[in-house]
Design a protein around this ligand. Structure first.
Ligand code: FNR
Length: 193
């Protein structure tokens, strides 16, 4: 069957440029034949991690819902803003809660990291920070990452990137990522759970 990819915009606000980038990549992957599940962090409402709450009530419904969407996917794409040169607390909190579930849902999943920011670095420092918990959890984080600088002016009416060279670069990154995930799904060339 088709590759199943969860594409997650990591910001909560409406009008998020990361949500725009997630939508664009979801469309590109759908056109490439993938079975895409487009999601937003808002779909996975959860409290701040608290060991007492976990002991009393277990993992919250929002984290379990995110686990379910991950489990139904061969890979995930995360488009995340950079806050103060690092991972937004909302994203880290979700990773922390989900990491408490067994089997641990991030283990052996392929991931492509994207970021969008109005700044000139495009949020790329946040992605290097995001690699740390994900790689710790055994996610196969794709080496190439894509960061959209000037994101507030980065999207055309049709949702494509305004810069054709950047759009081309995004095409290449997405295509190469899908080929890797497909090769793993087909041949099991990378060790699975
Ligand atoms: C930011 N922003 C930001 N941008 C950046 O490029 N580097 C940074 O370190 C930060 N730091 C930062 C901290 C906090 C607390 C906020 C609220 C914002 C700006 C950020 O990139 C901008 O708000 C983006 O538009 C957020 O992404 P969405 O919401 O458009 O997806």
């Amino acid at each position: 069957g088709a590759l199943r990819v969860l594409v997650l915009g990591a910001a909560l606000r409406t009008g998020s440029t990361n949500a725009q980038l997630a939508s664009l990549v979801a469309r590109m992957m759908t056109e490439a034949g993938a079975d895409v599940d487009l999601a937003a962090m808002r779909d996975f409402d959860m409290p701040l991690y608290d060991g007492d709450a976990e002991a009393a009530d277990g993992v919250p419904a929002g984290a379990l819902a995110l686990r379910d969407r991950l489990e139904r996917s061969d890979a995930f794409v995360l488009s995340s803003p950079e806050y103060n040169a690092s991972v937004p607390g909302v994203v880290k909190n979700a990773i922390d809660w989900v990491s408490r579930i067994r089997p641990q849902p991030f283990k052996t999943k392929h991931a492509l990291l994207l970021s969008a920011s109005p700044s000139l670095v495009g949020g790329n420092r946040g992605l290097w920070a995001l690699r740390v918990p994900l790689e710790h959890l055994g996610t196969r984080v794709y080496p190439d990452m894509f960061s959209l600088a000037g994101a507030h002016k980065g999207f055309a009416e049709d949702g494509q990137l305004t810069d054709p060279a950047l759009q081309q670069r995004l095409n290449e990154t997405v295509t190469a990522f899908l080929h890797l995930v497909e090769a793993d799904a087909r041949y099991g060339c990378l060790q699975r759970r």
